[in-house]
Design a protein around this ligand. Structure first.
Ligand SMILES: *[C@@H]1O[C@H](CO)[C@@H](O)[C@H](O)[C@H]1NC(C)=O
Ligand SMILES: *[C@@H]1O[C@H](CO)[C@@H](O)[C@H](O)[C@H]1NC(C)=O
Length: 415
């Protein structure tokens, strides 16, 4: 009895609501972070050396949540449908301190979480519902005469009420399909349908995401997705790009969220310039996502960093391969990373655990493109992360499976 009382006395403070404004209401905060087997397996299979020894030495450590670990589309998308409550809960269990919602709009101008304005045909069951399929920009067409099966369903094709009837699923499609039911079966083999075929994960609104993440006591990183339809939408209306960019901020203000808990993101430089002028408090930690070197030489992207810094941008968000290169068989910071540091720009990068198999001869594909010739095994993810954290000095890393980054950050004391 005495020991039970003592336990209670000790336990009570741990259940009290956090009081720091930085953790929001925190009423549903998760205090037990659990990483599952993946990081331990990755460390076990890493080649012998100082990095493996250090990481292995942390295997019995009590793991904590960290802002270095950013949930990409929720952070649980190797197993759970992206941008859903389920993915956010999985990433949060795995210690992500910052959670993402990709923001786009419906036909009735409601903001929702979807990675792309036009991905409903690959991320939901929309094409299997005839009356909704009929409203898609391009309804489902079966494969025929050598042409692939196709569909294009955009959030702006539907009202929020219609979108709320959909079930999210693992991103993918089967372009050999003859029926809608077959078209939605296209999950890559390194992900799983285990949790998406048996339950219906609704599409989240931005408001629901804010409430959920606030309740978990985490920080936010909403990305204003570049519209696929011409703005204003519809043509001639007053729903301009600036209005859409403002609407996203307003939902955080209405929910009473302080700007220092929000890392707004966009690929559109004009969005950054708009926020710097109209919403300086939120712009202070806005992330300018940069994929310019996908189409032009990296040196052109490096040259542009000066003007972004001068305009007041504080954080750049390039993909992983822009930040590293190979020298004498070793991964080292790229000219992009060196120049960003020189200019005092912070860096957040994307996305780990997104490449499928690193050891199947693909050398990690796009995300490892600049270090392909030293990428040969799944565990090489930690060789890349080590250079990003220690030599490039990134502030945080987006991941499709938050445990990988959380483990590293805990081991090296990055909080
Ligand atoms: C550099 O900046 C200019 C002006 O903002 C822009 O037009 C150009 O596309 C940018 N180039 C790259 C590679 O980012
Ligand atoms: C790897 O590729 C880079 C170019 O991406 C090259 O500069 C480097 O010499 C290569 N290193 C090895 C060990 O082959």
């Amino acid at each position: 009895m005495a020991s039970a009382l003592l336990w209670l006395a000790l336990a009570v403070p741990a259940f009290a609501a956090p009081t720091s404004s930085n953790t929001g209401t925190g009423q549903n905060a998760i205090s037990r972070i659990s990483l599952g087997p993946r990081p331990y397996w990755l460390v076990d299979h890493l080649e012998d050396g100082p990095l493996k020894s250090k990481l292995a030495s942390c295997s019995e450590k009590h793991m904590r949540r960290t802002d270095f670990s950013i949930g990409h589309r929720g952070g649980g998308i190797l197993e759970f449908p992206e941008e859903t409550r389920e993915s956010i809960m999985a990433g949060t269990r795995m210690g992500a301190g910052i959670q993402e919602c990709d923001v786009t709009f419906t036909k009735d101008k409601q903001l929702i979480c979807r990675h792309d304005q036009c991905d409903l045909h690959t991320t939901t069951n929309v094409v299997t519902i005839p009356e909704l399929n009929a409203k898609c920009t391009t309804p489902f067409k079966p494969a025929a005469n050598g042409a692939k099966a196709s569909a294009k369903c955009c959030t702006s094709d539907f009202t929020l009420a219609e979108i709320k009837t959909l079930c999210s699923k693992m991103d993918g499609s089967n372009t050999a399909a003859l029926t809608p039911a077959d078209y939605i079966k296209g999950t890559p083999v390194f992900r799983t349908d285990l949790y998406s075929t048996t339950t219906c994960s609704a599409v989240l609104t931005l408001k629901e995401y804010i409430k959920l993440v606030d309740g978990l006591g985490l920080k936010f990183t909403p990305e204003l997705k570049t519209p696929v339809v011409p703005m204003p939408f519809p043509a001639g209306s007053d729903y301009t790009q600036a209005k859409y960019a403002q609407q996203m901020i307003d939902e955080f203000k209405t929910a009473g969220i302080k700007p220092d808990r929000v890392f707004i993101q966009s690929f559109l430089y004009d969005d950054l310039l708009y926020w710097l002028k109209a919403e300086p408090k939120f712009a202070k930690q806005a992330i300018f996502l940069d994929e310019s070197a996908d189409t032009t030489p990296l040196s052109a992207s490096v040259a542009n960093l000066t003007q972004y810094a001068a305009a007041g941008v504080k954080i750049m968000g390039p993909p992983l391969p822009y930040l590293v290169t190979v020298k004498d068989g070793k991964i080292v910071p790229s000219e992009y990373a060196i120049e960003a540091k020189r200019l005092g720009l912070k860096i957040i990068t994307w996305s780990l655990d997104r490449s499928g198999f690193l050891g199947d001869g693909s050398h990690g594909g796009y995300y490892y493109g600049s270090i392909a010739n030293v990428t040969n095994h799944e565990s090489d993810v930690y060789k890349l992360l080590h250079v990003l954290a220690q030599d490039v000095g990134v502030q945080g890393v987006f991941s499709d499976w938050s445990a990988t980054v959380t483990y590293y950050a805990n081991c090296f004391g990055l909080f």
